[in-house]
Design a binder for this molecule. Structure first.
Ligand code: PMP
Length: 761
């Protein structure tokens, strides 16, 4: 290996100005094989100029830069690369006749974890969590240069120890390293060979982990440095390597390791093979470190860098090697937390039995990212079911908006704050006039409750007209207007003030798609509803079976109900914000303007947020002297979240995306499964789709058990869907909006294969 570059500080400072336009003073930072220069501007800004060893490959530096950029999308733990004046992420500098590759990085504050001699259990758990964050942020990253033969790759550990351990000078240590590595090979070799692989940082040693003491005195991990060892290796490598360094010279190495695993497993899965291999990987890494150091010492005698960890390893390895492996493995397995079965049992003990759990084989989800969910073993699922995380699970803009507002203020609507009227202005601007007055609550149910109160205050009538199979929420009154509940198990039927209209289902209802006047004909039935105060319906019934209403249905019902003195409520809890593709709200596709619009699920992207928007006259009727107040409704944080979601919905043009991807998905579904005998109907709009299964295409006998079977088998294959509809035979497809064409192709492929093998019950 060539010597590390040795620019003078003056040379480095001159380079910074010429190449990056950064005027700063410089000072040297330690580095093993590169040269690192800390640059500080007069304004107090800090950068690190990193001049790579001349033996470094450009491709590897490009891979590191790309990895940093990939990580930065999901985490702020790592440095960013600052481009040159010309926009390049890698520059060249020549010194003493040698040309080096050079990069400029942002500076991360904090001090190395190595300088915290007795880290608290909390800090170690935080280390685990941050590592999981880093590894999670690396998910999906790849680059040809990281598939390399690298001596620090744990997956090559046995070879490295075999080649270099003979150079370990201390005979006792040499014998120990060889015997530990041999034992690991014998006990764990087979399992290690089948461990999952991924791109890993590969060197979260305690000098690369930065700690900042917080104001309250509890320290926190704030940074992870140095992607120089990045490699495609064991997915569990970062966790094992961090443990390997964190346990050195610790009084209780097992408690240290357990804390790190505990923190890690909170957000990132560790599967059984990985848990059983962690300690083996810790031992192997330490054996590798000693062997590699001996090898390098032979080449560069007297280099102090090479012995940084060696004394501590020599002191600690004998203790680590003497621990009972079965006990250690069991402890680390337990540190991952409860198993799915434990969680299920605990939940059954302490949570009301009427809550349901999806799938016959329940999933324990620990993390979400955009259209994907990850279980406790780190398995990724394509989420084609959840419409609440509209712009994606954990969308960073939304998360940041919530976190930043929480840090400053979260209070109620009785104080003035700009975020409330700003959000309300933005929200009403998405709706047609005269829908101009907002109320904010905490759920779809609360919003529907309030909508009913508004309607009753305005019309002074109690009667409500609803669609069959509808669900509008979980409160006492909403159960009374939800046929899905009052006609379902445990229900007590419709109260006298509720009038139920048949679902305008043109696949299996009285009037079908071949009837161009089906919409009006279904609507006519509204004339039989006595003294309607309100008509409430989803503008595209979801629980009703992912129906798209026939043309002119809502316009005709609205006309009838209004003529009879009622007002019309559009429950857009599932359909708002562009999901339908053709329009921002589903009622727009029906060419109507409701009197009251109810919003929920997607508008908070998972943060509890509901809204009701109405006409000024209805708001005036409701303003009868009784205050309306919701402690959390319209809170500062919820409005900040609502605003961020709306920003993302508009900037990322999710409606157009839903139209394009949903259209392609519908075509693919029709091509791939439209001819399957179980598939009766494929319908929907945008990313609001349904596949209705029937046992007989003539009688339309519903295939509910088959639909449930398909959904369960698809879950086993990593695709999450659900069933719905009054007959429970409709497969529901309504993914988070980042769902793309690739996901659509995957969903259709898995559905087609699953249908091909489905049992007929
Ligand atoms: N309306 C509709 C159409 C819904 O689908 C739901 C929830 N599934 C609600 C209202 C109730 O919303 P929440 O669960 O947020 O109270």
């Amino acid at each position: 290996m060539l010597d590390a570059p040795a620019l003078t500080t003056d040379e480095a400072v001159e380079c910074a100005v010429r190449v990056y336009g950064v005027t700063a003073s410089g000072s040297l930072l330690p580095s093993e094989r590169d040269q690192n220069v800390l640059l500080q501007t007069d304004a107090g800004e800090r950068f690190v100029l990193k001049i790579a060893n001349a033996s470094e490959s450009r491709a590897l530096l490009e891979a590191q830069n790309a990895a940093l950029a990939h990580v930065a999308r999901r985490s702020s733990l790592c440095q960013s690369v600052i481009p040159t004046i010309d926009g390049a992420s890698i520059a060249e500098v020549t010194s003493a006749g040698v040309t080096y590759l050079m990069r400029l990085f942002t500076w991360l504050p904090g001090s190395p974890l190595a300088e915290t001699p007795a880290p608290s259990i909390d800090l170690l758990e935080d280390l685990g969590s941050r590592l999981a964050e880093l590894d999670g942020a690396l998910d999906g990253f790849d680059h040809p240069a990281v598939h390399r033969a690298f001596h620090w790759d744990l997956a090559r550990g046995f070879d490295i120890v075999r080649e270099s351990s003979p150079l370990i000078a201390d005979a006792a240590l040499r014998a120990l390293v060889v015997s530990v590595a041999d034992r690991v090979a014998a006990r764990d070799g087979e399992r290690l060979a089948r461990l999952r692989r991924a791109v890993v940082h590969n060197d979260p040693n305690d000098y690369n982990v930065l700690v900042r003491p917080s104001a309250e005195g509890t320290a926190a991990i704030v940074g992870l440095l140095d992607f120089g060892d990045i490699v495609y290796s064991y997915r569990a490598a970062d966790l094992a390597i961090a443990i390997a360094y964190a346990v050195l010279d610790k009084a209780d190495p097992l408690a240290t390791a357990e804390a790190i695993v505990r923190g890690y497993a909170r957000t990132r899965g560790v599967d059984d093979d990985e848990a059983a291999s962690l300690y083996a990987l810790v031992l192997l890494r330490l054996c590798m470190s000693t062997s590699i150091a001996a090898h390098q010492q032979a080449q560069r005698p007297g280099d102090p860098y090479l012995s940084v960890s060696q004394a501590a390893i020599a002191r600690t390895l004998p203790r680590l090697a003497s621990l009972d492996r079965d006990a250690v493995d069991a402890a680390l397995r337990a540190a991952r937390g409860r198993t799915v079965q434990d969680t299920l049992a605990a939940r059954r003990r302490v949570v009301g039995p009427s809550l349901s759990i999806a799938y016959r084989d329940p999933i324990k989800i620990v993390r979400g990212w955009m259209q994907y969910l990850y279980d406790d073993a780190g398995r990724r699922y394509l989420d084609a079911y959840n419409n609440v995380p509209h712009v994606g699970h954990s969308h960073p803009r939304v998360v940041r908006a919530a976190a930043e507002q929480l840090l400053v203020l979260n209070t109620n609507t009785r104080y003035l704050h700009d975020v409330l009227p700003t959000f309300a202005e933005r929200l009403v601007a998405t709706l047609p006039p005269p829908l101009r007055v907002c109320y904010f609550v905490n759920s779809g149910s609360e919003a529907n409750e309030l909508a009913l109160r508004l309607a009753r205050a305005h019309t002074r009538r109690r009667n409500v007209v609803v669609l069959d199979a509808a669900y509008h929420g979980n409160t006492t009154t909403l159960i009374d207007i939800s046929p899905y509940k009052f006609n379902g198990p445990g229900g007590e039927g419709a109260p006298p003030w509720v009038h139920v209209l048949p679902l305008p289902d043109t696949y299996r209802g009285t009037y079908r798609r071949d009837d161009p006047r089906a919409g009006e004909k279904y609507a006519e039935l509204a004339r039989y509803a006595p003294n309607p105060g309100a008509f409430i319906a989803e503008s595209a019934p979801s629980v009703g079976g992912q129906l798209v209403l026939p043309d002119r249905y809502l316009a005709s019902v609205y006309a009838i109900v209004r003529a009879a003195g009622g007002v019309c409520i559009a429950d857009e809890v599932q359909t708002a914000y562009g999901r339908m593709g053709t329009h921002f709200y589903a009622f727009e596709a029906q060419h109507v303007v409701p009197d009251i619009v109810v919003l929920g699920k997607p508008i908070g992207n998972g943060y509890p947020l509901g809204a009701v928007v109405t006409r000024p006259e209805i708001a005036a009727s409701f303003d009868n002297g009784m205050e309306f107040f919701s402690t959390f409704g319209g809170s500062t944080v919820s409005c900040a979240v609502g605003l961020a979601v709306l920003d993302v919905v508009q900037e990322e043009r999710v409606q157009e995306h839903a139209r394009a991807v949903g259209g392609a998905l519908l075509r693919r579904l029709r091509d791939a499964v439209g001819g399957h005998p179980l598939v009766g109907d494929i319908r929907g709009s945008g990313l609001f789709l349904g596949v209705e299964l029937v046992r007989d295409r003539e009688t339309l006998e519903p295939a509910a058990a088959e639909a449930s079977d398909v959904v369960n088998r698809m879950r086993e294959r990593g695709v999450l869907l659900g069933t719905d509809g009054p007959l429970h035979n409709v497969i529901k497809i309504r993914p988070p909006m980042p769902f793309n064409e690739e996901d659509a192709a995957c969903l259709v492929e898995v559905l087609a294969e699953t249908l091909a093998s489905v049992r007929r019950t």
